[in-house]
Design a protein around this ligand. Structure first.
Ligand SMILES: NC(=O)c1ccc[n+]([C@@H]2O[C@H](COP(=O)([O-])OP(=O)(O)OC[C@H]3O[C@@H](n4cnc5c(N)ncnc54)[C@H](O)[C@@H]3O)[C@@H](O)[C@H]2O)c1
Ligand SMILES: O=C(O)[C@H](O)[C@H](O)COP(=O)(O)O
Length: 387
């Protein structure tokens, strides 16, 4: 079997090597010619899979090791009888780590600690739900907007307050986290969900974090507001026109990262593994690998806290030991300066530094720091109280 795998997918040889010959290509270089004689395509979100790509090919299975599927024309796959799998939830916890890092950084800009914010979560799926749980456990007030789910409320998951509409969320929250997929059709489309009207309505000082899909936010309208008033803290991970994103918008926001909110080794490995499981099932073969055996131990195993830190200092220290969004912001601007935005965006992603999820770090607490146990656990770390 011939298997074509995006070069940005770790553990591909381990997972798919037993099935045949693997060829690797950068996702944006995968085209009709390279797909020609391939049986299986294993991709990430940068390869558009449509009639044009598959024309004349003998592909029988397409797997995308990502949560998002907006790059795949599922109707074409169905019409051609091609098997398909994505990786729901694979990097959702990593995106929540990203948002926590953003919230802690925002406090250094406006002096508001996370629990002084009211966070509006738009899109309460695998990411938004986990974000809601972690923020609520940290004592942060949240409102949730998810009209598709609001018609079938699951109050036990989202809390007794249930869902609010987008206008209410914008009017009542000083922090917005966008986690919607790109949906083009149907009753709840999300292209420019945050349009000019919504962006104008954001209250001055709003922290805006966008980590779903770039097209869900009107970048030109955001740029206009930042030029006119510069009264928002905008942190964008996803953009219209990736990788050739709006250079000026990237310079005007407080944090600009190149679609890496979910880029932990754990999130990527889970994505690969979920597609491996689906492919083996599709082929009627047993899964001989387990996620645990594939997963390497973290480089930073533990850290120890003693007395002397307040709650947010302790959380900031542990968070930054695992993940610091400032590094990705600086990384993108450095690449942007040296190689230009369109090249730099992908170059940084291809050489992305090793990152692990919060859950891989054990925080040991000396008796003087024991009061931080519940808060650090709520944030996603493993906690052990020591003598
Ligand atoms: N930046 C990154 O690195 C990164 C990482 C993972 C996922 N993502 C993106 O984030 C998206 C969300 O991920 P997920 O795992 O939570 O997906 P999901 O499919 O589990 O959840 C999406 C949620 O959005 C809701 N939704 C749909 N239309 C909506 C609308 N008009 N208004 C409000 N809510 C709406 C859905 O009802 C659903 O609950 C993915 O589709 C993917 O595109 C980005
Ligand atoms: O949908 C997803 O899972 C994420 O957006 C994913 O992290 C994107 O990664 P990429 O496909 O750009 O490598």
């Amino acid at each position: 079997m011939r298997i074509l795998v995006d070069a940005n997918i770790p553990f591909a040889q381990e997972c798919f090597g037993e099935l045949g010959t693997i060829k690797r290509l950068p996702g944006r270089e995968i085209d009709t010619a390279s797909v020609g004689k391939v049986d299986i395509l294993i991709l990430r979100s940068v390869t558009r899979v449509d009639e044009a790509l598959l024309d004349g090919s003998k592909v029988r299975f397409v797997g995308t090791c990502t949560i998002g599927t907006d790059h795949i024309d599922l109707a074409v796959l169905e019409a051609r009888g091609i098997g398909f799998a994505n990786a729901p939830g694979c990097n959702a916890q990593t995106v929540v780590d990203y948002v926590l890092s953003c919230l802690l950084l925002a406090a250094e800009h406006d002096g508001k600690q996370p629990d002084q914010r009211r966070v509006g979560i738009v899109g309460a799926g695998n990411v938004g739900r986990r974000l809601y749980r972690r923020l609520s456990a940290l004592g942060i007030d949240c409102l949730v907007c998810d009209p598709p789910r609001a018609v079938q409320p699951r109050a036990e998951t989202e809390g007794s307050e249930g869902f609010v509409d987008l206008d209410t969320l914008i009017a009542e929250c000083d922090t917005l986290c966008l986690h919607t997929p790109l949906v083009e059709e149907g009753p709840y489309p999300t292209r420019h969900l945050l349009d000019e009207r919504c962006i104008e309505a954001l209250m001055p000082g709003t922290l805006l974090i966008s980590a779903g899909r770039g097209d869900c936010l009107d970048g030109a309208a955001l740029k206009q507001r930042l030029i006119a008033r510069n009264d928002l803290i905008a942190m964008l991970d996803v953009w219209e026109n990736e990788p050739a994103i709006d250079d000026e918008l990237a310079r005007r926001v407080t944090v600009a990262t190149p679609h890496i909110a979910g880029y932990s080794l754990d999130g990527k490995l889970r994505g690969t593994y979920q597609v491996y499981q689906a492919l083996m099932q599709y082929l009627g073969l047993p899964c001989r690998l387990t996620l645990d055996t594939l997963s390497p131990p973290p480089a930073l195993v533990s850290l120890t806290l003693d007395a002397g830190l307040d709650k947010w200092q302790a959380l900031r220290l542990c968070t930054r030991a695992c993940y610091d969004v400032r590094q990705d912001h600086l990384g993108l601007s450095r690449y942007q300066a040296t190689r230009g935005m369109a090249v730099g965006f992908d170059a940084y992603r291809a050489e992305y530094p090793l990152r692990r999820e919060f859950s891989t770090l054990e925080v040991k607490l000396k008796p003087g720091a024991g009061q931080h146990a519940a808060m650090l656990e709520a944030a996603g770390f493993r906690v052990r109280e020591t003598a």
